[in-house]
Design a protein around this ligand. Structure first.
Ligand code: NAP
Ligand code: G4F
Length: 344
């Protein structure tokens, strides 16, 4: 049987790494775009990396960048993909206020560059294209948010993603390209980047439980997110491209928790009960046994505009794709903390 070729942008990131492992298990040949960096950034995929001289390899890596059209075209030609998963992005919402132009170039124009390459190379009939759209696009829209909800982006990140969402739909309709959007709510795992709130909390909780850190300093404790496990979500991403026609799907758990609740669950897992005192920037979390401050708040981590409440409705994906999330929040948090404890 001829193996399918999948090209993943963002293969060194959280989702790219999980998706690459998932597709290799399914028998795909996986091709990934990686960025040149001064220190090696492939740690999430080192376990599946194979030396260049191995025959019948199933993982191929190419240097490229979503801001560089020629590299995108060359990688598409070399990898001859059946499926392209565009996961590459400047994915940090807070950072997008500090680098708005770059974020828009990568997250918005990067998608257009891939779609134009598909069109120019006349691959419209052969290639299926997946765009990593985000629940951040819903912004201030009232939950639960579904494929039918209005978009009200609140950050340069979300505005760039919304451009990509629309250009994906436009190329689908204008040029008959199989191009789909997955509108994914927050999903986490041991591979999450260190500066996202769940990873920051789990890493700190592990260290605090072993007396290697005193406290966690956080921003808005009252933002609510619909957090799922990345391992479930990459399966959903793959299912989106196996659907009978190109379409757009929300993936979410349907349950929301605040950052504060996440902190409580994480500390509970290591046997610490948090007692809260104070308000606003003066709010603190205290270890009920030792009476030491283990959580405090700093305006450094607040955003100029915030998305207060995300909770998804993924009925369409559950019905049409037979997708479901299997890993609950407690299991996801305990896996993330166990990973950090093992690393200590
Ligand atoms: P991530 O861990 O931050 O990974 C982002 C990936 O994009 C990394 O491989 C990064 O490379 C690569 N990248 C960044 N800038 C690039 C550029 N200019 N050219 C090529 N590649 C570039 O993000 P993630 O959590 O896996 O998310 C995957 C995608 O889903 C992103 O598009 C994100 O916006 C979207 N999304 C994520 C979530 C979520 O909750 N995780 C929810 C909805 C949508 P380096 O390793 O070199 O930095
Ligand atoms: O973990 P976060 O940085 O994720 P955010 O902003 O929801 O974005 C993530 O999910 C999106 C899907 O909805 C993706 F599209 C995007 O690429 C990314 O993966 O922040 C979550 C919440 C925010 O409300 C933030 O204000 O946590 C709040 N928060 C409170 N203290 C903090 C902190 N966020 C971070 N990063 N660091 C803090 O100290």
């Amino acid at each position: 049987m001829i193996k399918k070729n999948a090209l993943i942008t963002g293969i060194t990131g959280q989702d790219g790494a999980w998706l690459a492992k998932f597709l290799i298990k399914k028998g795909y040949k996986v091709h990934g775009m990686i960025r040149r960096s001064s220190s090696i950034n492939t740690k999430r995929i080192d376990d599946i990396f194979q030396e260049p001289f191995i025959k019948n390899k199933n993982l191929y890596l190419y240097y490229g960048d979503l801001t560089d059209t020629s590299s995108i075209q060359n990688i598409i030609i070399k990898s001859n993909p059946d499926e392209i998963y565009n996961l590459g992005a400047q994915s940090h919402v807070k950072v997008s206020y500090e680098t708005p132009e770059y974020t828009t170039d990568v997250n918005g124009m990067g998608t257009l560059r891939i779609l134009e390459s598909i069109r120019n190379l006349k691959l419209g009939k052969k290639v299926k294209f997946y765009q990593a759209s985000s629940s951040e696009m819903f912004g201030s829209t009232k939950p639960p948010q579904s494929e039918k909800s209005l978009f009200a982006p609140q950050s340069p990140y979300a505005a760039g993603k919304l451009y990509s969402y629309w250009i994906t739909k436009i190329y689908r309709e204008a040029y008959n390209i199989y191009a789909s959007n997955g509108i994914l709510f927050n999903h986490e795992s041991k591979f999450r980047g260190d500066t996202f709130v769940t990873k920051k909390i789990c890493k700190s909780v592990a260290k605090i439980s072993k007396n290697k850190q005193k406290k966690i300093i956080l921003g808005n404790l009252y933002a609510k997110r619909d957090w799922g496990d990345a391992r479930d979500y990459v399966e959903g991403v793959w299912r989106i491209l196996q659907y009978k026609k190109p379409d757009d799907f929300v993936l979410s758990t349907g349950k929301s928790f605040s950052v504060k609740e996440f902190v409580e669950i994480a500390f509970k897992y290591v046997g610490i009960k948090v007692i809260w005192k104070g308000k606003g920037l003066k709010e603190i979390g205290i270890n009920s046994k030792t009476k030491k401050v283990i959580v405090s708040v700093s305006k450094l981590y607040f955003r100029p505009t915030e998305v207060d409440f995300l909770r998804g409705n993924s009925n369409k994906a559950r019905r049409e794709l037979k997708w479901k999330n299997k890993i609950n929040l407690n299991k996801m948090i305990s896996d993330m903390i166990d990973f950090e404890l093992n690393n200590l």
